[in-house]
Design a protein around this ligand. Sequence first.
Ligand code: OFO
Length: 162
Amino acid sequence: MKISDSMVKSINDQIKAEYDSAYIYLAMSAYFEDAGLKGMAHWMKKQYAEEVEHAEKFIDYLYQRGARVIIPDIAKPKDSYNNALDVFKTAYEHEQYVTSRIYKLVEQATNEKDYATISFLKWYVDEQMEEEDNTSGIVSQLEFLGDDKRGVYTVDRELAAR
Ligand code: OFO
């Protein structure tokens, strides 16, 4: 069954959203490098690479369905933050936003009875749950630590292990 033009358009839009996410995390990594928080910088760099993979997975899916991929512009990400908590809060909010986008794609695929796309999107639904869980967990840790710099450095060392 042929994938609909509107589904192809929505997935192309999501490819852009994934590259935008990648750049947001790359900018967060640069912020942490500058702040001397190497573990957090490393964590964000890994996240950047994951987002590129998310985009590529969508690209390959469109190829598989014989659809046209449009390589998008990438939006310039924000590059200054107040502190580590501010960064991870932003990351958590961003992941919630991406989850809402993925849910909309599932809704569209469901309305169109596009079962192949519904099945393909399941991976993203699970991945979003994991990403929200990871970022909100770090937010909770940092909120608990508040101004405790030593504590923040401990979290930084933990995140270096990702
Ligand atoms: Fe692609 O999952 Fe985060 O944004």
